[in-house]
Every structure is written in structure tokens, then in C-alpha cells.
Design a protein around this ligand. Structure first.
Ligand code: BES
Ligand code: MN
Ligand code: ZN
Length: 500
């Protein structure tokens, strides 16, 4: 959408003013317009039928003040009581689309008076606005070739002129960049984004941002009994690995880390329980849990810099088929002693996540664990693309996740956990099976399975993001494709974690 976004600048070809539905311009806006728009073009635009006042309704006017002809976007803000940070983020997307369409390069925002009137904190509003613009700006044309038309994108500079808002807006743009990193990885096709490619990206990220990075592969996996990764990844020439990234701030001593775990299946064919009827298309995005964790680590290392150490664990494998593939009926013995009867090789995510969860409890002394995974089609049936499924029985951790969810607009909905669901996963042959064929409570089965690999004393939250990691429609600050879901939520959560 834009080639770049810079907060600041002095040039101005476009002025953005706002008004609440059914209301006139507030006094601050009216005063400003008197100077820059003496002919009253904006007031005229406010009377036109397109100025419905609904959030994101935009009418254009051309002022002729102080010599330069200025484009004025007169933007409806909806009702003040509905204008929260999430609405600001979406509004930024809508305004950004218009700015890109008219190829604006220097923009003056005159919205802060309205934001304050709606009771918004200017720093929160500024950050949300920056995030919205930054998310909208995401482009991934790396895979376009000579048959595609090159689009000329403009460099946008934008400011409100209020330090607090502008500083926060710049921060929001930076946070969006972390989420956009997640989206670009998600978009990268499976013949490029192989398991080795993901490991390289993690190493590169670490080098660039000062994280430490270790990749366990080959014999390391055998030695560490990472049996899920070994088996799920067996049939592919792209070998599985466990990636461990660590952020450790100075002076954090023996503070326990937050552990972020991501399902990173670079392609999910279903394995021998092969996906049929187009069910495979799009499964390049089965790595999005891990990609979100990488985006979060980017934000943590470059923007958030929390006081608590953070460990990221990516369980990376390609679920493919060959004569070496793991099979339905195989029994796997995990490093915590739990044995698993494989009933369906397409329930592979939980098998690789189990390794990472065991490892985390065993080796990392975690303060808490949050895992993100495109785990089940069932969660898409249940919640669509509106909420991620959240499983968390620890009140304190759940409150943290819900607060981060509210702040970032990445919505979560709690789903239940109960002994009966764990019962559902019992196997007549091994301890548990990886999928109960009766298809009851599918997303919950996934969580119930994972619970066998988490120490009861460790606060744990499982987020099933299969419905929210990508979108089919272009709306608000997103275009069709990956959303980067989770990168901002995890970053925000760590920002507000005092680390005690
Ligand atoms: N990666 C899929 C889940 C998925 C589905 C993600 C749709 C994104 C969109 C997962 O590995 C899977 O295949 N799940 C199966 C589990 C079943 C075989 C127990 C499912 O949900 O159908
Ligand atoms: Mn699968
Ligand atoms: Zn999968």
C-alpha cells in the first residue's frame, strides 16, 4: 500500500479531520479549519450525503488556505462511546486506504481532540493508529514475476503534531512491522519456506536483534527424545527441528522465562491420512503459530524489551508422505514417558507440540507457557475467523491473555477443559491416542491431548488460531491473506508482564 511510513515530516498535501456521527466539528477542529480552509470546503463536505458519520465514512474537500491547495479528508468517527482503540486501528486502515488511493505523501492528522473527547488515552490511540497503518502497508510481492504489473507506491509521512500521539504512532508502526514479518513468512510458499528456511530465518532474526538461537536437529532430536518431531517429519526430505530462541535482559538473574511455543508445520499434507478434496490447499500456513512466535520475538527484542526473559520454542516439521512416513497405528513414546497411539497422521500438530511442551516443562523452568497453533479445523467451525479458541485453566495467566487480547484486538474465546475430554483421548493400546475417531469436541480434543504434556503446576494457555491466522477478505487494516495473528498479542502480553 505504501512504500514506507514515517511519522513526522513537514510537507502537507492532505489534512485529515474527524467528526462524530450527528455532531458538528468540535471547537479545536473548527478553529484549525478556519485557518487552513477559509472557504469552508470541509464544512461543505460535511453536509454531503456521503458524510453519514459512520466510522470510516470519508468525504473529500479541497481547501485553499495559505497559498497551497490542500486535500481535506472529512472522516466520520461513529459514536464517541463506540470509539475504542480497536476502532481506531480499523479507522487507520480505512483512512490509510484512502491516502494510498490519492497518493498522499505528507499527511497532517487532526483527530486527537476527538480521540480525547471519546475518552481515549492519546498514547493508546496513537499506537493503535500506527498499528493500523503499518498493518495496512504490508505487501509481499516477492513471488511476483515478469508478468505482473509493478505498482508505484508512495512514501507516506504522517503526523498529528502532538508528541505523545506521534511517538506512540511510530511505536505502533514498528509493532506492525513485527506482525508483518509474521505475515511474510506465512505467505512464503512451502517450496521456499522449508524447515531449513525457517531455521535460517530464526538464526538471522537472532543475529539482527541480539537474541540467542539454537537449532536441534538430526541426532539432537534422538538424544532429546523429541519423538513427535522425528515421526511427523520423517517422510520429508526437509528435516524436522526444534528451534529455541532466547531473550534475556540484563539483570534478569534467575527470573523464570515466559515460554512461547509455536506449531510450525511448513506443509501439512495430512501424511498417510492424506487430506482430500482440496483440504490441502493453504496448508503452507500450518506454520503460522511458529511464525507468530517469531514475530513476537522480533517485537520483544526490538520494541518491547520486557524485564522478563522469554524463550521461544518452534516445533518445525513438514508432514509429508513417503515409504518412510509414520503411520496410523504407530505408537510413540514421549520424553515424559507418555505413550501415544497414532490414529490419524493428520493430527500431527499436537504430536510436535507435545515435544516442545515437554521440553519447556523439563528444561526451561517456565513462569508460564503459551502455545499458538493452527491445530484444528474444528475451531474454525466453532468460532469462525472472529475469535481464536483459548484454553487456559489458570486464572492469572488467562487474565493476562485476555488483557492483551483486548489491547490488540486479537480476540480470544475461552473453550472448556474437563476430565471427560481427557478421558476421550485414552487409548486401548497406548496411554492416549492422537485423535478420537468419533469427532466429538474436536478443538477440545487437541487441547486435552496437549494437556498430557504440560506439568500441572505450570500455568499454560493453548491458543488454536486455525480460524484467525488468515482472512479471505480485505477489510479494515487487513488485506486478503495472513493476519499475523498473535505476534502483537504476545508482545503486548510481555509488555505488561512485570516479570515478578
Ligand atoms: N493443520 C490442520 C488444521 C487446520 C485446518 C488448520 C484448517 C487451518 C485450517 C491440522 O493439522 C489438522 O489436519 N487437523 C485435523 C485433525 C483431525 C485429523 C483430528 C482437523 O482439524 O480436521
Ligand atoms: Mn493435519
Ligand atoms: Zn496441521
Amino acid at each position: 500500500m505504501f512504500q514506507s511510513i514515517r511519522v513526522g515530516g513537514t510537507g502537507r498535501d492532505t489534512l485529515v479531520v474527524g467528526y462524530f456521527q450527528g455532531q458538528a466539528f468540535d471547537t479545536a477542529t473548527a478553529k484549525l479549519l478556519k485557518q487552513v480552509d477559509p472557504s469552508g470546503a470541509a464544512a461543505g463536505a460535511l453536509k454531503r450525503p456521503e458524510s453519514t458519520g459512520e466510522a470510516g465514512a470519508i468525504a473529500e474537500a479541497f481547501g485553499a488556505g495559505k497559498g497551497d491547495s490542500t486535500r481535506i479528508l472529512v472522516v466520520g468517527l461513529g459514536k464517541p462511546e463506540a470509539l475504542d482503540t480497536d476502532a481506531v486501528r480499523t479507522l487507520a486502515g480505512t483512512i490509510g486506504r484512502k491516502l494510498a488511493a490519492v497518493k498522499a505523501t505528507g499527511v497532517q492528522l487532526a483527530l486527537t481532540a476527538c480521540f480525547e473527547k471519546a475518552g481515549l488515552d492519546l498514547a493508546d490511540a496513537g499506537q493503535a493508529f500506527g498499528e493500523g497503518l503499518g498493518l495496512l502497508a504490508w505487501v509481499c510481492d516477492e513471488f511476483k514475476g515478469t508478468a505482473a504489473k509493478k505498482t508505484n507506491r508512495v512514501k507516506l509521512s504522517i503526523r498529528a503534531g502532538e508528541g505523545e500521539f506521534d511517538g506512540a504512532m511510530a511505536r505502533g508502526v514498528d509493532l506492525a512491522e513485527s506482525a508483518n514479518f509474521t505475515r511474510t513468512l506465512s505467505q512464503t510458499p512451502p517450496n521456499v519456506a522449508t524447515t531449513g528456511f525457517i531455521a535460517d530465518m530464526a538464526r538471522k532474526l537472532a543475529r539482527k536483534t541480539g537474541l540467542s538461537c539454537k537449532v536441534l536437529e538430526g541426532d539432537d532430536l534422538v538424544r532429546e527424545k523429541l519423538i513427535g518431531l522425528i515421526n511427523v517429519g520423517k517422510a520429508s526430505e526437509n528435516k524436522p527441528c526444534l528451534i529455541r530462541l532466547e531473550y534475556r535482559p540484563r539483570g534478569s538473574g534467575n527470573k523464570k522465562p515466559a515460554v512461547l511455543v509455536g506449531k510450525t508445520v511448513t506443509y501439512d499434507t495430512g501424511g498417510l491420512s492424506l487430506k482430500i478434496n482440496n483440504g490441502m490447499v493453504g496448508m503452507k500456513r500450518d506454520k503460522d503459530g511458529g511464525c507468530a512466535v517469531l514475530g513476537a520475538m522480533h517485537a520483544i527484542a526490538t520494541v518491547i524489551k520486557p524485564r522478563r526473559p522469554v524463550v521461544a520454542l518452534l516445533a518445525v516439521a513438514e508432514n509429508s508422505i513417503s515409504d518412510e512416513a509414520y503411520r496410523p497405528d504407530d505408537v510413540l513414546r514421549y520424553r515424559n514417558g507418555v505413550t501415544v497411539e497414532v490414529t490419524n497422521t493428520d493430527a500431527e500438530g499436537r504430536l510436535v507440540l507435545a515435544d516442545a511442551l515437554c521440553w519447556a516443562c523439563d528444561k526451561e523452568k517456565p513462569a508460564y507457557i503459551i502455545d499458538l497453533a493452527t491445530l484444528t479445523g474444528g475451531v474454525v467451525v466453532a468460532l469462525g475467523s472472529t475469535f481464536a479458541g483459548m484454553f487456559c485453566e489458570h486464572d492469572g495467566l488467562r487474565a493476562k491473555v485476555e488483557a492483551a487480547s483486548k489491547a490488540t484486538g486479537e480476540r480470544v474465546w475461552r473453550l472448556p477443559m474437563h476430565a471427560e475430554y481427557r478421558e476421550l483421548m485414552k487409548s486401548p493400546i497406548a496411554d492416549i491416542l492422537n485423535s478420537n475417531p468419533n469427532r466429538k469436541a474436536h478443538p477440545i480434543q487437541g487441547a486435552a491431548f496437549l494437556s498430557y504434556f504440560v506439568d500441572e503446576k505450570v500455568p499454560w494457555c493453548h491458543l488454536d488460531i486455525a480460524g484467525v491466522h488468515a482472512t479471505e477478505k480485505s477489510a479494515g487494516c487487513f488485506i486478503e491473506g495472513p493476519t499475523g495473528w498473535g505476534a502483537r498479542l504476545l508482545a503486548n502480553l510481555l509488555e505488561n508482564d512485570t516479570g515478578r
